[in-house]
Design a protein around this ligand. Structure first.
Ligand SMILES: NC(=O)c1ccc[n+]([C@@H]2O[C@H](COP(=O)([O-])OP(=O)(O)OC[C@H]3O[C@@H](n4cnc5c(N)ncnc54)[C@H](OP(=O)(O)O)[C@@H]3O)[C@@H](O)[C@H]2O)c1
Length: 264
């Protein structure tokens, strides 16, 4: 997958942040994109900002709504549009304690970050297996490897996504399909503004870690480099990625650090 020219790539969460940056960078490499998210106007603006905008398609879809996913998938099939690469990038995070987080918020975090990616992956996989080629990308998080306070539902969903993709990778490797899990640390996007409080309202704040983080463009370039090399994992981000190292070398120390983390 070192040449993206003419490749049909479906990107979820393409209306902002990392997804929009992936769209622009892949379009510049000649890919033909299917851009999905809920916000039709933002998707259209991203499409127009890409090279060769007429080659790309906006496909609105709410990943928390099964009927919306099915309608989008039917639309793609009616157009006989094949998907050579699926990038499961859409996601939303959380800022609240377990005691304050309603069950419907946990369910929503699972639907958007995990179950929707499973659904879309299962939809595109049969044709990839038939062609003997394809790539599935999941934009997870360092929170898919360890967990920090006030992100219990997000970390749980990203751990589930990691587990699913790890199992899938070994099932489809010999069939010529590559599975990449991208686990960014902090990236400067609206993800913290769009995070959910425990009652389902928006956190609405740019967190300091986010504001000082690497750009969405930098993150997208690292993901694309890993896609091109057929890598299994990539970890874009800054010094917060030390948590990954601590988790492997000294989990007890990481647990002590996490006990000191204050979010609000
Ligand atoms: N930024 C970071 O620091 C960071 C770190 C690690 C991992 N990540 C992951 O990176 C991915 C992209 O996040 P981002 O940082 O670019 O944040 P973002 O700017 O908030 O983008 C999130 C994207 O997901 C889409 N989305 C959210 N809920 C959706 C739903 N119900 N149905 C369909 N689309 C939905 C949003 O589009 P609409 O609102 O238009 O639907 C938007 O395009 C996420 O999976 C996130 O967990 C981010």
């Amino acid at each position: 997958m070192s040449d993206f020219t003419g490749k049909s790539i479906w990107i979820t969460g393409a209306s902002s942040g990392i997804g929009a940056a992936l769209a622009r960078a892949l379009a510049a490499r000649g890919a033909r994109l299917i851009l999905s998210a809920r916000s039709v106007d933002k998707l259209e603006a991203v499409r127009q900002s890409c090279s060769m905008p007429d080659e790309h398609l906006c496909l609105a879809m709410d990943l928390a709504d099964q009927a919306s996913i099915e309608a989008a998938w039917s639309q793609l099939q009616e157009m006989s549009r094949e998907v050579e690469v699926l990038i499961n990038n859409a996601g939303m995070t959380q800022r609240d304690r377990v005691t304050e987080t309603r069950m419907e918020v946990y369910r929503l975090l699972q639907e958007v970050n995990f179950l929707a990616a499973v659904d879309l992956t299962k939809k595109v996989l049969p044709a990839m297996l038939e062609r003997g080629a394809g790539q599935i990308v999941a934009v997870s998080s360092v929170m898919g490897k360890f967990a920090s306070p006030q992100r219990s539902g997000y970390a749980a969903a990203k751990h589930a996504l990691q587990g699913f993709m790890d199992a899938l990778r070994s099932e489809v490797y010999d069939a010529g399909i590559r599975v990449l899990v991208a686990s960014p640390g902090f990236v400067n996007t609206d993800v913290s503004r769009n995070a959910l409080r425990g009652d389902g309202t928006l956190h609405g704040k740019m967190d300091p870690g986010q504001a000082k983080a690497i750009s969405a463009e930098n993150c997208a370039e690292q993901i694309i480099a890993a896609m091109a090399k057929g890598r299994a994992e990539v970890f874009p981000g800054g010094k917060e990625r030390i948590g990954l190292l601590l988790n492997r070398l000294s989990p007890a120390l990481l647990r002590r650090v996490m006990r000191k983390v204050r979010v609000d």
